[in-house]
Design a protein around this ligand. Sequence first.
Ligand SMILES: [Zn+2]
Length: 637
Amino acid sequence: MKKYQAILLLLIAGLALPASGQSKKASNYQYTVDLTHVVDDKVKVELLAPRISSSEITFYLPKIVPGTYAIADYGRYVADFNALDKKGKALPVEKINDNAWKIKNATRLHKITYWVNDSYDTEIDGPKIFEHAGTNIEENKNYLINSAGYFGYFENMKESPIVLNVIRSKDFYGSTGLIPQKAGEPVTSIKIEKGSAASDQRVDTYVAGDYSELIDSPLMYSKPDTAIIKVGNTEVLIGSYSPTQMIKAKDIANSVREVLLAQKEYLGGNLPVNKYAFIFYFTDKPVYSYGALEHSGSSFYFMPERPIEEMNQQLRDFAAHEFFHIVTPLTIHSEEIDNFDYNDPKMSQHLWLYEGVTEYFAGNMQVKYGLITPDQYLDVVREKILTAETFYDTVPFTDISKFTLTEYKEQYYNVYQKGALIGMCLDIKLRQLSEGKYGLQNLVADLSKKYGKAKPFEDAKLFDEITALTKPEIGEFLKKYVSGPERLPLKEIFGLVGVKYIEKFISPELTLGLESNAVTITEEGGTPKLAIAKADLLNAQGKALGFKDGDILIKINGEVIPYNDQFKAFFERQQQGLQLGKKLSYTVLRKNEGGTAQEAELSADTMMVDREVKHLLGFDDQATPAQLALRQSWINK
Ligand SMILES: [Zn+2]
C-alpha cells in the first residue's frame, strides 16, 4: 500500500512540477526551502499553493506536534509572510495569532513566501521548544528541519500530498527517514523564478503523502557522517552531526546495533519498517535538558557532545525507547492521535501506554537479551520508583495524561517513571495469570493486530478491549491503578517474581547536605548550575550549613565545582572524602538585599544524618520455583 502510494505520488509530483511557466494549479503543495542562502540567521521558504476554492483561507503552522505533549507555537519563528497571486501581486493577509494567517482573495493565491528563523538560537517570547522538536540554522554547518518549524498547511487541507524541494550545497547530505524521489539534482531541475543557480547548489526532492507524514519526517542537513545497519530486512541509517567531530556515526552504529537486533527479537522477529533513520545532533554547548522525539520512520536526538564511551548506555536507552515507539503510539493509538489537530490538540488518556510501556520495553528488552545484567535492571527500576515519588501518586494516571498540556503539565516527566512502572506491573500481572505464557509483549502484539497505523482505538474503550483480550483481573488492575487513584501494589508485584522490596529504612550517614528535592538547576554566567530551591527540605547537615533559597553552588571545600562532564565524579569524590569531625564548607553566590549576587562562605562540622534509604530491591535467594519461573518469563533470569 505504501509503495503503491509512493509511485502514484511520484506521478503527481512529476505532473505538478511545471515544465513551463504555465499556471496549471495542482492539488498538492510544493515547498522549496533554500539552505544555501541564509540571511540574518533565516532561510526562505516558498510554497506553490494547491488550488484554493474559497475566497478566504487560513494558513497554519502547528501549535503543537504529536509526541511532544507541549505547546510549541512554531508560527512565532516565521517572518515576512507574503501571499502572492500569479502576477506576483500581494494578496491581503491578516495575521490571526502566532500560528495563523488569513489570506483574502484566496482563489487567486499562487504562492506563499516567508522566512524562517530557528528555535535553537532565537530568543522569542512564548514557550520554549525542546530541541528535539526544534529547528536549527547554522550557516554552512547544520540545518535541522523539524518540518513543523518550516512548513504549514491550509485549513481542512491536511490530506493533500506535499512535494518538498530542499536546496543544499553540493557537499551536504540530508539525513531523514524519507526516501528522496530525486537527490543531488542541479537546481535548474526545479523552476527557480529569480536569480540563477550557483554551480555548487543541488536539490533533493521528497514527497510526503500528506501533511502529517511531512511533520512526521525530520531532515537534518550537514556534511555527511552516516552509517548503515542492516537489521533483518530493515535498513537503518545513522546520521550524525557532532560539531567537534568527537562522535562518529559509525561509533553510534556500533553502540546501538545489538540493541536493534534485540528489539527485533523482542518484537517477534520482524521490524515493522523498511527504512529507519536515527538522526543525531550533538551540541558542544552546555545544556539544561536533552532528549529525542519519535517518528514513524525515524527519530531525532539532541544530546550533549561527550566521548562515546561516556554516552554508550544513554544512547542505547534513548535509541531503544524511540525505536519502540514504532509500536506505541505510532501503530497503536487512539483517535485523538490519529486525527491529530495541530492547532487545537486533544489529548488521549493513555500516555501510560504510549510513553510508559515504551520506556518499560526499552529496559525490559535490554535485560531479557543480556545487554544489561539483572542487577543493573533492578537499579533502573529503583531509579524510576525514586523519581516517580517526586510526582503525584494518587491522581489517576489517565487524568495526568488527558490534562498533560494544562493542569498536569509539571507531571509530564512521570510518564517515563510511573508510566514505565505501570508497564512493569501489568507485564508481571499478565504473566502471573497465564503461568508466564502471556505478557505485555503479547498484549501489545495483539493490540497491533487488532488496531494499526490507520485504525485507531476509542480512548474510553481501551481498558475494556484489553480486558476482553486478557482476563477480568487485568481490567480490575487497570481501573484500580491506572484510571483509579490507588498506588501501584509494588510489594505484591515484586513478590510474584521473587524480588525483595524494602520501601524504606533509616541509616545514619555522612552527607554533603544536599537532598535532590531541595536543589534545582539554574543558569548563571551562561552555564547551568546547581542552586538551592527549597532550603527547608535539606537534611540536618544542609540546614547546619545555613543554605538559603536561591544560593548558587560554586565551590565545595574550596574546590570549584566543575559544571561539565566531571560534575558527577567531583561530587562522588567529595562524598567519599567526608570525615566525621572535619569541616564541610561551600562557597555560594547569594543575592544581597539590593539584588546583587555576592560570594558567601558557609561552613559546618560534618555530622551523621539519619537518612531514609528508600525502595531497595534485591533478588530473593529463597524464591520458590513458581517465583523463579515467573521471573524467568519476566526478565530471563
Ligand atoms: Zn517517548
